[in-house]
Design a protein around this ligand. Structure first.
Ligand code: ATP
Ligand code: MG
Length: 599
């Protein structure tokens, strides 16, 4: 049978800036608030389609693929196998896990022509679980780790930082399947180790912090945070090495104190005390302490919150905390998840006349108001510092009256404790490693022991050694590929432009022909050919009618760390090596430079 020969493949064509699909911009995009966003758009790596949604140009894709390659290598080395799932998924599995509703407004939901519900996957636990359930039934098949590098969709409320927080973004998500807890620990550790290698290879500083389990539910969970000012996570660290997310910080619980000898609480008039400070001032004026002044830390503040539970029920809770602290909304959200938390409104107070606004306290001369043995039925949760024997100034639940010397464990007892107060610099780390400080960071990776939550919900079981059906235990492990690209851009740019680490730079060398003389062009062409023959990926600025100044400006903006300038010196066989990282320009004989750059 005659067969037509395929056309011969041309030799490798170097990337010429005159041909490359890119336009650099002088102006910053108006919606860009962070340097990485400004620079990636101006340098022609990405282009906005809608808020948090970007098109990828050749330069952007090259960098993204290099990051993906490093992640792939480390995933394979950790024994994970690559798969690929659709981004468009049917509702059912997410309904079974509860996340169809739990995800709230962040989920992109849509319908097909028959009215069936679909979603654009924000993450893929459910369908990975179901696929393994389809294919595997024995412990002999486990452990298994599989991963994909795939686009995710989340209708983020604040998608400002360009690739830092996209509504479409690329994630590496891996999932491990084991049938014993020890197996899960091992799988988790392998991914965690791989993450350390990935971020080290990418030159990214990171802190591993204990995370809250959030919407995922499970046991061990750690986030990799890159410390940066534009980061959206606040984390806590001590000089002694403790790190945790603010949401996961555990308050050091003080020793309980004996209270048998303490005097009875006294009620005092306290009109016009709308703030903690006015209350403290009044107490110092009218109820002075012999040994020292009263401070806000002596007061017990009672904050009324409304929880909206998944089934729609609205529940009031009161949180008691030292008056020098504030309720931290993020910590509260985590403490009560999946319920949503709101401030209580006038209607809530109207329905609960026991709570005298402005004077709320757990106790009143008329009897207990909140906590154990109280009649209100409202849950009263205490900050862990409010241990038995501590004494407080707090509301007496009577208009314009407070009470002084109210003793925890004697006069009132909460219905439990809650981590709701803000964390402050100087608070002691729970592991005894000293006072903490607060720092800003961006989550670049997350390792997570899901445990049996998804396997339970979706019925993933295998037969163990004894022929008994056991529920599989899982881990999920995410790395934000596109976010990492922005984080690198954010941390390495030098204000004039991007400045990529060599291993993710779109090109190894950027050659600029700066001059009109034929010798400049001949030298540049020959240099590019030699570098490519030596295995280097070269971007050649061969634009004829563009001035050297503009070319240098573009070279800085594009961010290839190694630039070679071919100018007039070419007459004598000389060129200049411009190292963007040090900003030094060093003259070289062409032959020597080829040796250096292809070594
Ligand atoms: P964040 O708290 O920053 O919203 P997350 O905890 O919701 O992140 P995960 O569900 O743990 O994120 O996703 C795994 C990884 O995916 C994150 O560690 C992060 O690197 C990346 N990622 C999450 N959301 C986005 C987003 N909107 N844009 C880009 N990357 C993201
Ligand atoms: Mg996370």
């Amino acid at each position: 049978m005659p067969c037509s020969a395929a056309p011969p493949r041309l030799g490798r064509v170097s990337t010429r800036l005159s041909q490359l699909f890119v336009r650099t911009l002088r102006e910053d995009p108006v919606d860009a608030e962070v340097a990485s966003h400004r620079l990636l758009v101006r340098a022609g790596y990405i282009r906005r389609q809608a808020p948090g949604i970007f098109a990828w140009l050749p330069l952007g894709l090259k960098v993204k693929r290099k990051i993906e390659a490093i992640v792939r290598e480390e995933m394979e080395a950790a024994g994970a196998q690559e798969v690929h799932f659709p981004g468009l998924l049917p509702r059912e599995a997410y309904e079974a896990s509860g996340r169809w509703s739990e995800y709230g407004d962040s989920l992109f939901r849509l319908q097909d022509r028959n009215g069936a519900d679909y979603l654009l996957a924000p993450t893929h636990e459910e369908v990975f679980t179901l696929l393994v359930k389809d294919l595997y039934s024995s412990y002999k098949d486990l452990p298994l780790s599989i991963y994909q590098i795939q686009d995710k969709y989340r209708d983020e409320a604040r998608s400002r930082g360009g690739l830092l927080r996209g509504r479409e973004f690329t994630m590496k998500d891996a999932y491990s399947f084991d049938y014993t807890d020890a197996g899960l620990d091992l799988s988790y550790q392998k991914q965690r180790d791989a993450y350390e290698r990935i971020f080290t290879r990418l030159g990214l500083e990171y802190a591993i912090v204990k995370a809250d389990a959030g919407a995922m539910g499970g046991s061990r969970s750690e986030e990799f945070l890159h410390p940066m000012a534009a980061g959206e996570d606040t984390f806590v660290r001590s000089a002694g090495g403790y790190t945790a997310n603010v949401e996961a910080f555990e308050t050091v619980v003080p020793e309980t104190l004996p209270f048998d000898e303490l005097p009875q609480a006294t009620v005092f008039d306290s009109p016009d005390t709308p703030t903690i400070q006015t209350l403290v001032d009044l107490a110092n004026a009218e109820q002075p302490r012999p040994d020292r002044e009263w401070t806000a830390a002596d007061t017990l503040k009672n904050v009324v919150l409304a929880l909206r539970h998944l089934d729609g029920e609205r529940e009031l809770v009161v949180i008691g905390l030292p008056g020098d602290r504030d309720v931290d909304l993020k910590r509260v959200e985590v403490a009560f998840a999946p319920a949503e938390v709101e401030a209580a409104g006038e209607a809530d107070f109207a329905r609960n006349p026991d709570l005298v606004k402005g004077y709320i306290g757990p106790w009143s001369p008329l009897g207990p108001i909140l906590g154990e043995e109280s009649a209100s039925g409202i849950r009263y949760l205490l900050d862990p510092r409010i241990v038995d024997g501590t004494q407080w100034i707090t509301g007496a639940n009577i208009d314009e009256k407070h009470v002084l010397g109210l003793v925890a464990g004697r006069d009132f007892t909460g219905d439990g404790f809650v981590e709701a107060s803000d964390v402050r610099a100087g608070d002691p780390a729970p592991d005894g490693s000293g006072p903490v400080e607060l720092a800003r960071g961006m989550e670049i990776g997350h390792v997570f022991q899901l445990g049996r939550k998804y396997a339970d919900a979706l019925g993933l079981k295998v037969l163990d050694e004894n022929g008994k059906l056991v529920t599989v235990t899982m881990g999920s492990y995410g790395v934000g590929i596109t976010r990492i690209m922005a984080v690198i851009a954010e941390s390495t740019n030098d204000g004039k432009g991007l400045l990529w680490p060599a291993n993710v730079s779109p090109f190894d060398v950027h050659v600029v022909a700066a001059g009109k003389e034929p010798v400049v062009w001949e030298t540049a062409e020959a240099l590019v050919a030699s570098l490519e023959a030596g295995g280097r990926d070269v971007l050649f600025d061969d634009r004829l009618k563009v001035s050297p100044g503009v070319k240098f400006g573009d070279a800085e903006l594009l961010g290839v760390p190694v630039i070679v300038i071919v100018g007039r010196g070419a007459v004598d066989g000389n060129v200049e090596l411009w190292d963007r990282r040090t900003n030094e320009r060093t003259p070289y004989a062409v032959a020597d430079l080829i040796g250096v750059l292809t070594a």
